[in-house]
Ligand binder design. Structure first.
Ligand code: SF4
Length: 441
């Protein structure tokens, strides 16, 4: 990826602001940080655009699986998260075999839907279903794919080495843009033709690092590039080694055959979870489980959340109204920022008080109260807008309690909303005592 200065050299340097940035240098910095596209500057020539686009294309290509709730895979630009950030979280798929009867296929889909957890305001779930052709019957494979497409809203994988079975399934569910997984040395041309015709991404199943590079080059030579590579590692040591080698080669040596997302199948049980952990830490974009249990999924999903949380962006909760302890039309209104840690601390202390409260969360881009207040992101107008959006002042005639650290804006807020505003505590831990004290008056 070129630096801001390298981008800047190719820009017109007129500082015309048509791109929405104050200067060409500011725009170049946005390009280098992947926060802008070269198309946003209308004054660069077609030739320069091409040069810049080529130079700024991520060394690992992105593929998209699915249409509704689609999942992007790859698109990574760094080896280590702290260098910038990782872009597209690894996806976890769980297998549905086409040897099950219809009733059990539906039960299996329900089971996979149940692999879902709510953690610090985010919902984790199994991302995909992989439909595996165990029956060796093309029609049965297509039928099961159809059942999955009718009962599962997220993307899925069609897993078969058989060109006939893949063709039968693509005829039925190709419009959902599934991942076609099963292209090997002996069926590569036919699978590429199917993927090209259906505009679906293709999973290449290699048996070694060398073969993966060879199949990737052959696919490119056929004019198709929308691929994800399974390097064929069947031991965790090989998995770690080979996925690291492939990603280093793509990023550091610009070795194009490995410039694609990586995937692997892990089976089930403890060994499978260890392989999935390795893949999550080291460059996997998709892991397919034969089976996955709740107690395995939760720690794995949590690990993924940690790895793929952008270190430059604080974890946030949604701006919304959160009723706590069953508030009614006379309950007080408290409000705070959408920094996750602030929200969960304040929420826990209100719950501890047992006093019913309407808690309004205000979007401050993930900043805590003092930082947001100092940065002008937590001002009376923004708070009043949040109240307006949630309609909280119509739900209750209770007092509004302002966080103690933002008490300076209490007068202005009172003026805007036309409701009594009292100053709350500086520290969250004092909330229970303060709320119970209010009840006595
Ligand atoms: Fe510079 Fe182009 Fe932005 Fe104008 S639109 S300021 S020329 S980058």
């Amino acid at each position: 990826m070129p630096t801001a200065i390298e981008f800047f050299k190719l820009l017109p340097k007129t500082n015309c602001k048509d791109c929405g940035q104050p200067t060409c240098l500011a725009f170049a910095m946005q390009l280098a940080n992947q926060k802008a596209k070269i198309e946003d500057c209308p004054h660069v020539s077609g030739e320069t655009k091409e040069t810049l686009n080529e130079a700024s294309a991520p060394p690992v290509a992105t593929i998209t699986v699915g249409v509704k709730n689609k999942i992007d895979m790859g698109g990574e630009t760094v080896l280590y998260r702290h260098e910038r950030r990782f872009n597209n979280p690894i996806a976890y798929a769980v297998t549905v075999s086409d040897s099950l009867d219809d009733e059990n296929v539906l039960k299996r889909i329900d089971y996979i839907k149940g692999l879902s957890f709510n953690r610090i305001g985010m919902v984790f779930r199994a991302d995909m279903i992989s439909i595996r052709n165990d029956s060796n019957d093309a029609k049965r494979f297509a039928d099961v794919c159809k059942i999955v497409s009718e009962n599962w809203d997220n993307p899925f994988v069609l897993e078969t080495d058989s060109v006939d079975a893949m063709k039968a399934a693509v005829d039925v569910v190709g419009s959902f843009r599934p991942l076609l997984y099963g292209a090997k040395n002996d069926n590569l041309k036919e699978m590429i033709d199917l993927a090209k015709a259906s505009k679906c991404p293709l999973g290449i199943k290699a048996t070694s690092l060398e073969e993966a590079a060879e199949l990737s080059e052959k696919t490119k030579a056929e004019g198709f590039d929308d691929i994800i590579l399974d390097l064929g590692a069947d031991h965790i040591k090989d998995l770690l080694e080979e996925q690291t080698i492939a990603r280093r080669a793509a990023l550091k040596k610009k070795f194009k055959p490995f410039g694609h997302p990586l995937m692997n199948k892990v089976g089930s049980g403890e060994g499978a979870v260890v392989s999935a952990v390795i893949s999550t830490l080291k460059y996997g974009s998709l892991v397919i489980f034969d089976d996955l249990h709740n107690y395995e999924a939760l720690p794995l999903f949590t690990l993924r959340q940690n790895i793929y949380t952008d270190p430059q962006v604080p974890i946030q909760v949604k701006q919304d109204l959160y009723p706590i302890n069953n508030p009614d039309e006379h309950s007080p209104v408290m409000f705070t920022t959408n920094f996750s840690l602030t929200y969960f601390t304040v929420r826990a202390d209100i719950e501890k008080s047992k006093v019913p409260v309407w808690l309004q969360i205000v979007n401050t881009e993930g900043m805590s109260v003092l930082t947001a207040y100092a940065a002008g992101k937590f001002d009376p107008e923004r708070v009043a807008d949040a109240f307006e959006e949630s309609g909280v002042l119509k739900k209750t005639d209770g007092v509004v309690i302002i966080p103690g650290l933002a008490s300076r804006m209490s007068g202005k807020l009172q003026e805007i909303i036309g409701r009594d505003v009292i100053v709350g505590t500086n520290e969250s831990k004092h909330i229970p005592k303060h709320l119970r004290g209010l009840l006595k008056h």
